[in-house]
Design a protein around this ligand. Structure first.
Ligand SMILES: Cc1cc2nc3c(=O)[nH]c(=O)nc-3n(C[C@H](O)[C@H](O)[C@H](O)COP(=O)(O)OP(=O)(O)OC[C@H]3O[C@@H](n4cnc5c(N)ncnc54)[C@H](O)[C@@H]3O)c2cc1C
Ligand code: SF4
Length: 485
């Protein structure tokens, strides 16, 4: 358990660290630069991580920049309110094990979040350094350092008394995993059912290894197994086993974390041509089924000139994967400007370094094909920015008559996802929104069916790892309180 000595700002060791260097000197230290693989080399490898991680010296220097603010605004930017200065200061004093303990108090997957969270829009955007006109403390890089270097003890290091109550989880993405971790820590007998043959959800089949190595996800899963969580793969809840079957087998609570794996298309002419596919299909074939790599026979299209439609993380991952699959030219086609792209800023930067061309203020309106039905070109409507829409972003408006034809031989559509419909459609009486998401009580994550809870993308319809994880934690607290009042 975290005690004052580890996390309290008033503890002696933290006071000493604060006194050791005046604020003026700290704020003069430049923000650390993440060591990265060279772009020319990294486009030749699927598995080597682009970001190489901080050295111990870099991590301590960056941690020293943190002012250990009395009212840390960074924490307010974190969706799960991690005690950011507490873990950073533990890194500064060389106690990475304790830093990890602070992180684990709030986050089940710190090594993952340190790599994929959009920190520049969350914690780092609220760091006090921004108000001084300086670059924020590199919170995400330090989180990753702490998680990678502190060893791999099980999530639940404290043995707990089993309570014998069986709990089922549908889906093994970040939401299901964090729920499972918390329920196992409370003594429940947890079984996670996963439709695919691999555990990890988007962390395995969506996000490529050059951004999030499988070994990192596997380490978290091993921690859960050590804590007693059971995993059953190749099992679709709602098809292979129904929710009623789970009840018959004695499961007293069910957490639905089945994600938003249903790809969306734009409904424009030519989307059925050969060579036009969803990013889900493309990334799953390559990341999960080894397509394009030695020893695997999964087929996948190889485009020379590839258009990826969309501006989110999925679009960045698809474009960078296409480059690694040998594409000579890859366009990201996005209807707004670069400033409005929802992808993490670092992913956009890395994509550009790898030779991906941003075709912004452009929207495909039709795909053209040859006599064999293969895509050969896309018609692109050029746009300009108009008034801000309800999301606050300036909406793109077509420029009359500005339509160009761009030759392409492959199109990857990354314009969003919808909730996976199998479980919502298989449960009578379950309250479902018009978007197909499961409606829940925001505090407990309980659905309209008493023993059924839900969280992550199946509730939010496509969000982030940290939000999915936070939902899992809230659901665990809600379900545990209902089962053991
Ligand atoms: C390519 C890509 C890149 C992304 N990059 C980032 C990023 O950089 N940062 C970030 O914060 N977020 C990112 N996201 C979003 C993030 O990954 C998701 O918000 C998050 O994974 C949602 O977690 P989840 O647990 O709800 O669902 P998922 O991760 O989708 O996991 C759901 C799991 O449930 C399984 N399942 C579905 N139906 C059933 C069923 N009936 N029975 C059993 N199992 C079932 C699925 O096979 C899947 O394994 C990205 C998403 C994608 C697709
Ligand atoms: S706001 Fe910045 S400087 Fe202050 S505690 Fe948070 S990370 Fe440290």
């Amino acid at each position: 358990m975290t005690d004052n000595n580890i996390a309290s700002r008033d503890s002696q060791w933290r006071e000493e660290l604060r006194k050791a260097m005046p604020a003026k000197e700290r704020t003069a230290i430049p923000r650390v630069k993440m060591p990265e693989l060279d772009p020319a080399y990294r486009i030749t490898t699927f598995t080597e991580e682009v970001n190489q991680g901080l050295s111990a010296e870099q991590a301590v220097t960056e941690a020293t920049r943190c002012l250990d603010c009395p009212d840390p605004t960074c924490t307010k930017g974190c969706p799960v309110s991690i005690d950011i200065p507490a873990f950073i200061k533990n890194v500064q004093r060389g106690r990475n094990d304790l830093a990890l303990e602070v992180l684990r108090n709030t986050s089940a997957l710190p090594a993952v979040c340190g790599r994929v969270c959009p920190q520049e829009r969350q914690c780092e955007s609220k760091c006090i350094y921004n108000r001084m006109g300086k670059q924020p403390v590199a919170i995400g890089y330090i989180e990753r350092f702490a998680a990678d270097t502190a060893g791999s003890e099980p999530v639940n290091a404290q043995p707990v008394e089993p309570n014998g109550i069986k709990i089922a989880v549908a889906g093994s993405g970040p939401s299901g995993l964090s729920f499972a971790a918390d329920m196992a820590a409370r003594g429940f007998d947890v079984t996670v059912f996963e439709a695919l043959h691999e555990i990890g959800g988007v962390l395995k089949y969506g996000i490529p290894e050059f951004r999030l190595p499988n070994a990192i996800v596997d380490r978290e899963i091993q921690g859960l197994q050590a804590a007693g969580v059971k995993f059953v793969v190749d099992t679709i809840i709602g098809k292979t086993i129904s929710i009623d079957n789970l009840r018959e087998r004695g499961f007293k609570g069910i957490f639905v974390a089945s994600g938003a794996g249903l790809p969306r298309f734009m409904g424009i002419p030519g989307e059925n041509l050969i060579g036009v596919m969803s990013s889900n299909e493309y990334l799953t074939r390559i990341n999960l089924m080894g397509a394009g790599r030695e020893g695997f026979d999964t087929p996948v299209a190889h485009g020379k000139v590839v258009a990826v439609i969309g501006g989110g993380n999925t679009a960045m991952d698809s474009s960078r994967t296409a480059r690694r699959m040998g594409a000579e030219k890859v366009y990201i086609v996005y209807r707004r400007s670069e400033a409005e792209m929802p992808a993490r800023v670092e992913e956009v930067k890395h994509a550009k370094e790898e030779g991906i061309e941003l075709m912004t203020l452009s929207n495909p309106v039709e795909y053209l094909g040859d006599e064999k039905g293969r895509v050969t070109a896309m018609k692109v409507q050029r746009m300009e920015l108009g008034e801000p829409d309800e999301s606050g972003r300036r909406s793109p408006v077509p420029i009359p008559g500005a339509v160009d034809t761009v030759p392409v031989d492959m199109v990857i559509v990354s314009v969003g996802v919808s909730p996976n419909p199998i479980i919502p459609n298989s449960v009578d009486g379950l309250d479902i929104s018009r978007r197909g998401t499961i409606v829940i009580n925001d505090d407990t994550m309980q659905s309209s069916i008493g023993d059924l809870y839900a969280g992550g993308d199946i509730v939010r319809g496509g969000a982030t790892v940290i939000l999915a994880m936070g939902d899992g934690r809230r659901a665990a607290a809600g379900m545990a309180a209902a089962l053991i009042p």
